[in-house]
Ligand binder design. Structure first.
Ligand SMILES: [Zn+2]
Length: 363
């Protein structure tokens, strides 16, 4: 799913959620020839309608967001999570953010119609927004809207969130139902926004046991992350038997990301994409965070390669290199982690694995 409308407006030049992240990703995929593969179709989404946004958001919030986006003053923006800092109001906000929801929703519809097995809405993955408030750079929660639409078609949905931040908005939306399994691996909430996502957040009522959290210590590197993932995610997905796997593929787990402290490389991220693809009956892949501009396009291009089964060249295309710098698609270097840190991370990750397995009866 792609449209220039996804990157025409942004939160402002000082804000880390730059629309350029999406534009560069599209450029890189285009220049790699990935979009011209026989089994690939680029679909231009439309904006979500008010009714579609209302699959999750309150009518009041939708209307307020529209008015603020139109430049109306005299509204209590703070009450709805808006203001300078994380969620500034910007020109074109309503249309841009509705288009992101429309993109993820159209992707869900194409999967349901059987038009494809995998759909990638890389402008989506805005997992922090609540029903009536903006949060953590997220205005509308396309993840929840798309999942809710799939539920309305009678499907079982599993959601796996590998963004470095806890997928709080999605977890909260489905906290009391057993029809959605939400799994989030993220940097420990004691050290990062939004401060939630602990193992004991397991759901409530019918949803008890259907929210799964894997909080990881700062400096968690490829090997430790993949160990936690493989010990926990496959068996839970197998047990749940979803019809559709929805994934939030934030790449802010990267070791150079300026907003967080995990230590993955694009090699580790690519392994994760491959594992998710293997486990997905149908795969709705969404974007997410990632604030190192040279990482986001490369990592999502690697994700796209896994989705399409498209073997990508090693070097960045010449035109892309000349415009943005860099040489290779995959990282040629990794984080500098000494033995003492590695030992501490391994110990902490192993104890989280034990805790999650015990809480969720994983053998
Ligand atoms: Zn994030």
């Amino acid at each position: 799913m792609s449209s220039p409308g996804l990157w025409q407006h942004g939160h402002g030049s000082q804000h880390p959620m730059k629309p350029e992240r999406l534009r560069r990703t599209f450029e890189l995929l285009d220049q790699l020839g990935a979009l011209r593969a026989d089994n690939v179709e680029v679909v231009e989404p439309r904006m979500a309608t008010g009714d579609e946004l209302a699959l999750f958001h309150t009518p009041e919030y939708i209307e307020i967001t529209r008015q603020l986006s139109n430049g109306e003053q005299n509204l209590s923006a703070e009450k709805y999570g808006y203001g300078p800092g994380d969620n500034p109001i910007f020109q074109g906000m309503f249309d841009t953010e509705s288009l992101k929801v429309g993109s993820s929703l159209r992707a869900a519809q194409l999967l349901h119609e059987g038009a494809c097995e995998v759909a990638f809405s890389f402008g989506g993955g805005l997992h922090h927004a609540g029903p009536g408030f903006a949060s953590g750079f997220c205005v509308f929660n396309d993840c929840v809207v798309a999942i809710q639409w799939l539920l309305n078609q009678g499907l079982r949905v599993a959601y796996v969130d590998i963004d470095v931040h806890h997928g709080d908005g999605v977890q909260n939306a489905f906290y009391d139902t057993d029809r959605v399994l939400t799994l989030s691996l993220h940097q420990d909430g004691r050290t990062l926004f939004p401060g939630t996502g602990f193992v004991n957040e397991m759901g409530t009522g019918d949803g008890t046991g259907f929210s799964v959290n894997v909080p990881l210590p700062p400096q968690t590197y490829d090997g430790a992350y993949l160990r936690a993932f493989e010990e926990i995610v496959p068996s839970l997905l197998k047990r749940f038997e979803p019809d559709v796997l929805v994934t939030q593929l934030g790449v802010d787990t990267h070791y150079t990301d300026p907003l967080a402290s995990l230590a993955l490389t694009t090699t580790g991220q690519q392994t994760l994409y491959g594992l998710l693809g293997e486990m997905a009956p149908k795969w709705l892949a969404l974007g997410g965070g990632g604030y190192a501009l040279d990482v986001v396009p490369r990592s999502w291009a690697l994700a796209f390669g896994e989705m399409a089964g498209y073997g990508l060249q090693k070097s960045l295309p010449k035109a892309y290199r000349e415009k943005y710098g860099g040489k290779y698609l995959r990282d040629q270097q990794g984080p500098d982690i000494n033995d003492a840190v590695r030992f501490r991370v391994d110990e902490a990750v192993d104890s989280v694995i034990v805790e999650v397995k015990r809480a969720h009866n994983i053998n």
